[in-house]
Design a protein around this ligand. Sequence first.
Ligand SMILES: Cc1ncc(COP(=O)(O)O)c(C=O)c1O
Length: 383
Amino acid sequence: MSLPQLIMLPGPTNVPPRVYAAMCKPMINHRGAEFHDLYARMLDNGKKVFQTENDLFVLTSSGTGGVECAASNILQPGEKILVPVGGTFGERLAGAFKIYGAQVVELKVEMGFAPTSEQVRDVLNREKDIKAVAVIYNETSTGTTVRDLPEIGRAAKEKGALFIVDAISVLGGDDLPVDRWGVDVCITASQKALATPPGLALISVSKDAWAMIDRAKPRTEYFDLIKYRKFRDEKKETPFTPAVNLFYAMDEAFQMILEMGVDSWIMRHKKAARAYYAAFKGMGLSFFAEERSRSTVVVAVNMPPGISAKDLRDRLRKKYGVVVAGGFGNLKDSIFRIGNMGIVTPREVITTVSAVEAALFELGYLGTLGSGLKAAVPLLADL
Ligand SMILES: Cc1ncc(COP(=O)(O)O)c(C=O)c1O
């Protein structure tokens, strides 16, 4: 028997049937009227989900394409950018700006902790001429979210620096009012809290960001934002062939999120996160991230002594059909990570918590069953 697995990864996530169904519509001309309507509606709805009046673009690429788009368009070689680094995706964000010649000032943060606004202010006061601050809002590798994001944005603005946020694993799954928090460039991807298959990156661009982008000639063909703006304004099209079926899916997902309401969509993630944290705590487990910075969308749990994440994950997948992630690099076997994103209902939470509990019982860590569910179920009363 081959049953679909429950994909509890920090992306890609489980995709709602109506979003899959939307993908199966027939092909259309990507230079024709139907596409023009689709793209215009999708950008309008996407802006509501981003909570922004800024420009929004949809790129046919994974999230990294969105990061590369920001890195190749905004700064000129030699210009300084501050990037807090507390995990794999912080390293990659810093690395992308380095590839395009920026002078990257890294603020090293201990893994499991998030950069604070004081730390960022210190660097901004010390280093002259920082042109931009780029932050990973949710460090997916460690399940750590930057709770000071709005203050960090204010600190950047006070110094006249652009505020760039990689929200790839979190937009839709936690608070991120892009305009209210002064985010100039916000990047996300389809396969996380927007409940769509992988393959699209989304990037919002403010007036201040355009002022930086418009200073010089493009240094990228595929991710040239000036070209994306021109094609959108003149034709309601993308410069290159878009992944039309993924656009159908994203369009459907945005409609679904707006029907529920952006706040409610986000709130579901918060409620489910509370249940996960309570359940694992109930099982006597601890978390990789410090309490204040624990992520709503990626629950990173320390493995109990003597049990490897690989054994736990294998058992979860093979016996219970629940797929969870391990850690990155040297955390590979010492943590497991659950993606709480996309479809978030009591079914995902209860199935995952029960499967983890059963597997940890079978692996000899838990002596009795029920502690996780006992903690989680009351918190799911209104999910
Ligand atoms: C915070 C963050 N940035 C960037 C990426 C890279 O995105 P992608 O794998 O879609 O290219 C990810 C993917 O998990 C991520 O979580």
